[in-house]
Write a protein that binds this ligand. Structure first.
Ligand SMILES: [Zn+2]
Ligand SMILES: [Zn+2]
Length: 285
């Protein structure tokens, strides 16, 4: 299975070249919540090798281990301002400035909420004082709530979700030119904003940050994910930002038993979408 994954990745690398006719895909380089459960890195997703959703603390490690370079990233979509979703940003900018994008050939478009620029600027100044002062020369900032993502063939609609309000939490409805619809719920508990969009989604990515050990309105628990799947039998549910340990690990929280229709992703899994909008999930192991 590992070999298959590698073969597909290589093939993808050959045909990708940011062509609009390339097969769309999403790579899940991390699937854990803020606590880095055993066997999982923090959650992040890369669409078509160039659109990154969130920049967790170990972003550079995650990119390198999967064969990506810092200058592969051309677009970043931020969901909210918790450290497990953005503390890797200064490291990516440092890598691009001094190693992978020294000649500044590859532009970077960052899509975020108003105010987010200050957060990221502060992080960069705190992490690497004097080295990352000129972010505006390295980044094109986008603060609108819906936009076409360059020439990738994707566009997004951002929407508010239910999570710690101090983090300005949002999700993304991503629409490919093939009409494939991917709903990324962000870090959130169940809410109308998700339900209103879930009905037309082909695939729903949901962050399951807490176990069923109490009431957590700001997070999806396994019971909430089961209900989401029950309300949306037409869509494939992919679970990431999992509180449980990865497959094969005995320490920490056990992987919860969920119906077979729900896929609890592991690090390195991928979603591949074909031209007709059908898709398959490639498990790394
Ligand atoms: Zn998180
Ligand atoms: Zn969060």
């Amino acid at each position: 299975m590992l070999d298959l994954y590698k073969v597909q990745k290589r093939r993808w690398g050959q045909v990708m070249d940011h062509s609009r006719n390339a097969v769309p895909r999403v790579d899940f380089l991390g699937t854990g919540n803020a606590f880095s459960p055993h066997g999982r890195m923090h959650a992040l997703a890369i669409i078509d090798g160039s659109i990154l959703i969130d920049t967790p603390p170990t972003l550079l490690t995650q990119l390198r281990r999967s064969g990506f370079s810092g200058d592969d990233i051309e677009h970043i979509l931020f969901t909210h301002w918790h450290g497990d979703h953005n503390f890797g940003f200064p490291f990516l900018m440092l890598d691009r400035k001094y190693i992978s994008n020294r000649d500044a050939k590859v532009g970077l478009d960052v899509y975020l909420r108003p105010g987010g620029r200050n957060t990221l600027g502060s992080l960069c100044r705190l992490g690497f004082p004097g080295s990352l002062e000129a972010l505006d020369q390295m980044i094109d900032w986008h603060e609108s709530e819906h936009e076409v993502i360059g020439d990738t063939g994707w566009k997004f609609y951002r929407f508010p979700v239910l999570h710690n309000p101090e983090t300005d939490p949002h999700g993304y409805e991503l629409v490919h030119e093939s009409n494939f619809r991917l709903l990324h719920c962000g870090d959130s508990g169940p809410c109308d904003e998700i339900d209103n969009r879930a009905g037309r989604a082909d695939v729903i990515i949901v962050e399951m940050g807490m176990p069923d050990i109490g009431e957590f309105p700001h997070h999806h628990r396994p019971s909430d994910v089961v209900e989401l799947a029950y309300r949306n039998p037409h869509a494939k549910i992919l679970v990431t930002h999992n509180y449980s340990s990865g497959k094969g690990f005995k320490e920490g929280f056990e992987i919860p038993n969920l119906p077979d229709t729900i896929c609890q992703l592991e690090d390195g899994d991928s979603l591949i979408i074909d031209e007709e909008g059908s898709f398959e999930i490639i498990r790394k192991n």
